[in-house]
Design a protein around this ligand. Structure first.
Ligand code: IPE
Ligand code: IPE
Ligand code: MG
Length: 244
């Protein structure tokens, strides 16, 4: 079934892909199977984003807090990223996807670091969709790293403002997310894009990530189309802006 493309498609969508574990548990399956199905779903959602004309997709794959999970699960999540790169890189490249990593590389095993860097380098000239993979990412850590670099570079105090700080974030050259989706019903941000999400629209669905298909994405885009983004202004100002 082909769905009509919503009239106002967000330039930048970010997704907290949550609920793999509960998806598996509900079916009496191991958590690993939930992660596997979650990965399959990611492929479908990337394809749908390309089709809908989304320019940037940022996905939360592993948080700085996820190291607290049992070592076996942490290892599994690392292996999954490795496997996805091995298996999907060629197709992603053929579809014009530019892969970027956001988060801390230094705490990741050297072999995986290399693989991530290779994938980013291999796809750097693609421009159809920018795919930011937030892996070992934490919003607070991102801000700490930005401040450290600013201090290290000796930037004078007078030059420090929101634009400058923004440039030091991992997404410094990209527009902020317009829409942040969280699957599995949790009403929290879990340290994701806390700087960039200041004025994002949020959409939460009870659907677990492995079941969040193209129709569900379409529903989220439709709801986004009904949101009124005021950015601090009044409704009257917004209607005046339309005629400018
Ligand atoms: C999201 O699913 C995947 C990661 C956090 C890596 P979860 O593993 O958090 O699934 P739940 O929340 O336990 O259901
Ligand atoms: C957020 O999900 C991180 C990712 C989706 C990678 P979690 O499942 O780890 O979030 P919390 O711990 O429930 O807030
Ligand atoms: Mg979770």
């Amino acid at each position: 079934m082909t769905l009509p493309v919503p009239e106002r498609v967000p330039r930048h969508i970010a997704i907290i892909m949550d609920g793999n574990g509960r998806w598996a548990k509900a079916r009496g399956l191991p958590r690993a199977e939930g992660h596997r199905q979650g990965t399959e779903n990611l492929r479908r959602i990337i394809r749908a984003c390309v089709e809908f004309g989304v320019e940037i997709l940022t996905i939360y794959a592993f948080s700085t807090e996820n190291w607290r999970r049992p070592p076996l699960e942490v290892r599994l999540l690392m292996t999954i990223l490795e496997t996805v790169i091995d298996r999907e890189l060629r197709e992603l490249n053929e579809n014009g996807v530019q892969i970027r990593h956001i988060g801390r590389l230094d705490q990741i095993a050297p072999a995986l670091q290399k693989k991530i860097q290779y994938a980013c380098d291999f796809t750097k000239n693609n421009h159809r969709l920018i795919l930011n993979v937030a892996f070992n990412y934490g919003g607070r850590d991102e801000i700490v790293q930005a401040v450290k670099r600013i201090v290290r570079e000796g930037i004078p105090v007078e030059q420090i403002n929101e634009d400058l700080l923004n440039r030091y974030m991992y997404t410094g050259d990209l527009p902020d997310p317009d829409l942040i989706i969280r699957t599995s019903g949790e009403l929290r941000i879990s340290n994701f894009l806390i700087w960039q999400g200041a004025y994002a629209e949020y959409y939460v669905t009870p659907t677990y990530w492995p079941d969040f298909n193209k129709d569900e994405l379409h529903k989220a885009l439709e709801e986004y189309n009904h949101r009124k983004r005021r950015f601090g202004k009044t409704d009257e100002q917004l209607s005046e802006d339309e005629f400018k």
